[in-house]
Design a protein around this ligand. Structure first.
Ligand SMILES: [Zn+2]
Length: 281
């Protein structure tokens, strides 16, 4: 039976400079209608706040997912353009509305994980602080992690393990879907009970593939055959169809295709508990 773990990295909760940059991008492509939309969307409901939409979708299918929350604190650097994307418009983990939403999710069957910040993949004290801050919101220990931008080096798993994480799901491709280094099944990187559960398909690379549905079907066939876990990451901000055309409906279709195979939907921690209990690693 195919096992599916839906997940959402929560990178942003508020559209910020994108009102302007997306507007200019659309203008440069000659798309005046889109340019106007991006500009005018700053007057409407917040396009990057999609928790209610995700809850509604998942409720309607009777499934639950895992939300990886980001506590990004990287300082702003004026002369480093790459830094802007990380530091400008980020959210504060202490945001009251966000805290209430996270608590609601945690109490109603969704799982909260830690989306380790951009520089925390090799910085134990930083990741420790982030883990504690998010644990303080839910009021209990958190066992799962995924690093922002899928940043990783050989120290990452050791740091995560020593901080009390039981699984990670950073192992995945950033510009394609499928199996990174052909690792299909969850594995034990440190040869102990800490498990890496590979990420199989992420929204942005998936949506840019021409024959994406055939590619996805092949991946699902392989996972079903080999007893793998179909881990999906659909970012929290992509559910507004005006902002990210096709992403919301693609998420529906993925769930429907999994349902058509009688797949079992589990949160990431349920996957972990299952693997540990059944000792198939
Ligand atoms: Zn991220």
């Amino acid at each position: 039976m195919l096992k599916v773990a839906l997940s959402h990295d929560v990178d942003r909760i508020k559209k910020h400079y994108q009102y302007i940059t997306n507007s200019f991008k659309s203008l440069s492509k000659g798309n005046l209608k889109n340019a106007l939309y991006h500009y005018l969307s700053c007057f409407g409901p917040e396009p990057y706040w999609n928790f209610p939409e995700i809850i509604k979708i998942e409720e309607s299918y009777g499934v639950r997912s895992t939300f990886f929350m980001l506590d990004e604190t990287i300082p702003f650097k004026l002369f480093d353009r790459k830094n802007w994307q990380l530091s400008v418009g980020r959210y504060k983990i202490s945001n009251k509305k966000l805290n209430e939403t996270v608590q609601f999710l945690d109490k109603n069957g969704w799982e909260i994980g830690v989306h380790g910040s951009y520089l925390s993949y090799n910085n134990e004290s930083l990741l420790k602080k982030e883990k504690e801050n998010i644990e303080n919101i839910v009021g209990h220990k958190i066992i799962g992690s995924r690093q922002h931008y899928l940043n990783w080096d050989e120290t990452t798993w050791k740091i995560q393990k020593s901080l009390g994480f039981k699984y990670d799901s950073t192992w995945g491709l950033t510009n394609d879907i499928g199996f990174k280094e052909n690792k299909i099944l969850p594995f034990k990187p440190n040869n102990d009970y800490f498990i890496e559960i590979p990420l199989i398909a992420m929204d942005i690379p998936f949506m840019s593939i021409k024959n994406r549905w055939e590619r996805l079907k092949t991946l699902m066939d392989t996972l079903e055959e080999k007893n793998g876990i179909f881990v999906i990451n659909w970012h929290q901000r992509v559910y507004n169809e005006n902002e990210f055309p096709g992403y919301n409906s693609a998420y529906h279709r993925i769930i429907q295709e999994c349902k058509a195979r009688n797949a079992q939907f589990l949160t990431m921690s349920e996957i972990y508990n299952d693997l540990e209990k059944n000792w198939i690693l």
